[in-house]
Design a protein around this ligand. Structure first.
Ligand code: NDP
Ligand code: 2IT
Length: 448
C-alpha cells in the first residue's frame, strides 16, 4: 500500500496544515498512516475519539536558548529542543542529537518514530527526542562541556526518571552524557541515575549499551534472513556512517561471518575488500575522533572515495546507519542492480519513500529503522531497570536480553504483517504492531 486510506486522509490533511514545512515529520507521519488503513478497516474502534489525531500531536514541545562561551571568549547561541511526544507506555524516552541540521521538524519526526519503536520493544517507555543545532565538529573538549552544561541548565526542569529520560544520538555519546549527568546532579542535588541512559559504566551505565543499537540491528537482520533461509555468513555488506551505530553493526556482522567492505562519513567512503579492520576503525573514530579518510591513509590496499555514494559498492546486505534520507530511490536502484538481498536500517528513516518502494517492489527484504534499530533504546530500558534495582549485569547477560528482545520484535513484526495480509512487509508489520500497543494504552486512559 503506497497511499493513505481515504478514511485517514482528513487526518493527514490536518497534520499537513498544522506542521507546514516540517518535511521530515510529515514524511514519518505519512509512512505510518499508509500502514494504518489496514487497522482501521479491521478494527474501526481504533479511529474513535480522535485517537490517531492525538497520536500525531506531540504532548509537549520545548524550545529554548542555549548560550555558551567558546574558547576565544566569544558568546555563542544555539537552540535547544525537547519534544515529549507520547507518554502512554512510560516516561518519555529517546535520544538527544547535536547536529547543525537540527530543527523542530527533525526532532518531531524522531520523537514520533520513537513512540512506535519504544512500543515495539515491549518495555515501559514512552517516546521523546531532543537536541540542538550545535555543531560539535572541531569544538574542544572544554567547549563541548560548557555547551552540555548550558543545555542541561534549561533542560533539567523537564526531566526525571519518571518523567523524561534522554540518551545519546548523533553527536551525543558517553562524553556528552557524562557532562549532562554531572550538571543535572549538581543542579538538582540528587543522584538520580535513571534520568539519563548511555552513562559511563562507573556511574550507572549498562554494559552493552554502547554496542546495543548496532548489535541489535544485526540480530534483527540475521533473524529476517533466517526466516528466508539465508544468513550473514559469507555475505558482503556495506554499512553507511562510521559513528556509534555503524561501528557496532560492522562488529556484529563480522562476528556472524559476514564481511563489511565499506563504510562512510558525510565527506566520503572507504572500501576495504579484506573486510574492515575494527581495531583500526575504533582507533580512528572512538579514540582519535578523526575522519574516515584516515582509514585509507593508514591501511594500504584500501581506498577513500569522495565522489558518488557508498551505495555504489556492490553488496548482498546494506545497512544504512548514518542519518535520515541518506539512501535515495536512485541508490536503491543501484543496490538492486548489484544484487542486494536485504536492507536493515540502523539509522532513523535513512531510506526515502522512493527507496523503500523500490526495495519492496524488487522483493528485497527490508527492515525499517523503528524495528531494526530498537536495540539501543531497549538496552537503555535495561539500563533503567539496573538503575532502579541498584544492580549491574554482566555483558553476556545484557547482550542475551538484547538478542531476545530483537528476536521478539522481529517475530512480532513478521506475524503482524502476516495477520494483515502482507507477509514479509516489515514496514506495515512494525507500524501496526507499534501503533496497537500505544493505542491500547491510550484508549484505557480515556481522552487525555
Ligand atoms: P554518531 O554521531 O555516532 O555517528 C553519525 C554518523 O553518521 C557519522 O559517521 C556521521 O558522519 C554520519 N552522518 C551524520 N549526519 C550526516 C549527514 N547529514 N550526512 C551524512 N552523514 C551523516 O551517531 P549514531 O551512530 O549514534 O547515529 C546514527 C543514526 O542511528 C542516526 O540516525 C540515529 O538517530 C540512529 N540511532 C542511534 C541510536 C543510538 O543508540 N545511538 C539508536 C537508534 C538509532 P560525520 O562525522 O561526517 O557527520
Ligand atoms: O533513536 C534512538 O532510538 C536513540 N537514539 C536511542 C534512544 C535511547 O533512549 O536510548
Amino acid at each position: 500500500m503506497t497511499t493513505i486510506d481515504e478514511k485517514l486522509q482528513p487526518i493527514y490533511a490536518d497534520v499537513l496544515r498544522r506542521n507546514a514545512g516540517e518535511t521530515e515529520f510529515l514524511q514519518a507521519v505519512h509512512e505510518v498512516l499508509e500502514s494504518l488503513g489496514r487497522v482501521v478497516t479491521k478494527r474501526p474502534e481504533y479511529a474513535d475519539n480522535a485517537l490517531i489525531e492525538r497520536i500525531c500531536e506531540p504532548e509537549r514541545q520545548i524550545i529554548f536558548r542555549v548560550p555558551w562561551v567558546d574558547d576565544r571568549g566569544d558568546v555563542q547561541i544555539n537552540r535547544g529542543f525537547r519534544v515529549q511526544f507520547n507518554s502512554a507506555l512510560g516516561p518519555y524516552k529517546g535520544g538527544i542529537r547535536f547536529h547543525p541540521s537540527v530543527n523542530v521538524g527533525i526532532i518531531k519526526f524522531l520523537g514520533f518514530e520513537q513512540t512506535f519503536k519504544n512500543a515495539l520493544t515491549g518495555m515501559p517507555i514512552g517516546g521523546g527526542k531532543g537536541g540542538s543545532d550545535f555543531n560539535p565538529r572541531g569544538r574542544s573538549d572544554n567547549e563541548i562541556m560548557r555547551f552540555c552544561q548550558s543545555f542541561m541548565t534549561e533542560l533539567y526542569r523537564h526531566l526525571g526518571e519518571y518523567t523524561d529520560v534522554p540518551a545519546g544520538d548523533i553527536g551525543v555519546g558517553a562524553r556528552e552524557i557524562g557532562y549532562m549527568f554531572g550538571q543535572y546532579k549538581r543542579i538538582t542535588n540528587r543522584y538520580e541515575a535513571g534520568v539519563l541512559t548511555g552513562k559511563g559504566l562507573v556511574y550507572g551505565g549498562s554494559r552493552a549499551r554502547k554496542e546495543a543499537t548496532g548489535y541489535g540491528a544485526v540480530y534483527f537482520v540475521e533473524r529476517m534472513l533466517g526466516a528466508n533461509k539465508q544468513a550473514f555468513a559469507g555475505k558482503r555488506a556495506v554499512v553507511s556512517g562510521s559513528g556509534n551505530v555503524a561501528v557496532y553493526t560492522i562488529e556484529k556482522i563480522t562476528e556472524f561471518g559476514g564481511k563489511v567492505i565499506a563504510c562512510s562519513d558525510s565527506n566520503g567512503y572507504i572500501v576495504d575488500e579484506d573486510g574492515i579492520d575494527l581495531e583500526l576503525l575504533k582507533d580512528i573514530k572512538e579514540v582519535r575522533r578523526e575522519r574516515i579518510s584516515e582509514y585509507a591513509r593508514r591501511k594500504t590496499g584500501t581506498h577513500y572515495i569522495e565522489q558518488g555514494s557508498v551505495w555504489d559498492v556492490p553488496c548482498d546486505v546494506a545497512m544504512p546507519s548514518a542519518t535520515q534520507n541518506e539512501l535515495t530511490g536512485k541508490d536503491a536502484a543501484t543496490l538492486i542492480r548489484n544484487g542486494v538481498i536485504a536492507v536493515g536500517e540502523g539509522a532513523n528513516m535513512p531510506s526515502t519513500p522512493d527507496a523503500i518502494r523500490n526495495f519492496q517492489e524488487a522483493g528485497v527484504l527490508f527492515a525499517p529503522g523503528k524495528a531494526a534499530n530498537a536495540g539501543g533504546v531497549a538496552t537503555s530500558a535495561l539500563e533503567m531497570q539496573q538503575n532502579a534495582s541498584r544492580d549491574s549485569w554482566t555483558f553476556d547477560q545484557t547482550e542475551a536480553r538484547l538478542a531476545d528482545i530483537m528476536r521478539n520484535i522481529h517475530d512480532n513484526c513478521a506475524a503482524t504483517a502476516e495477520e494483515y495480509g502482507v507477509p514479509n512487509d516489515y514496514v506495515v508489520g512494525a507500524n501496526i504492531a507499534g501503533f496497537v500497543r500505544v493505542a491500547e494504552a491510550m484508549n484505557a486512559f480515556g481522552v487525555i
